[in-house]
Design a protein around this ligand. Structure first.
Ligand code: ZN
Length: 90
């Protein structure tokens, strides 16, 4: 299951604290803006960005990587998405 959070900051934060091993797809659009993160990525935990994570760009969250990748592929058309170099490069 994939859950979308857009302008739902409280729900997003709650999801992240419930699924610490989950994945977050940030849909910023364009050719390089769509990025896959893991929940614990520092990019998703910058204090000054707290409270604006889902208002800047919608987030698609899932515990199931296969499910999330299917959504990421679909949403990114006709471009692609990329893995975060910080958290997905281990
Ligand atoms: Zn990341």
């Amino acid at each position: 299951m994939v859950v979308k959070f857009e302008n739902k900051e409280r729900e997003y934060e709650e999801w992240c604290s419930n699924y610490k091993n989950g994945y977050v797809f940030n849909r910023a659009g364009g050719k390089t803006g769509n990025v896959l993160h893991t929940v614990d990525c520092w990019h998703l935990n910058v204090p000054t960005r707290k409270g604006t994570y889902t208002t800047r760009y919608p987030k698609y969250c899932s515990e199931n990587l296969t499910d999330l990748l299917a959504v990421a592929d679909e949403l990114s058309k006709p471009n692609s998405w990329r893995e975060c170099t910080a958290c997905r490069n281990k």
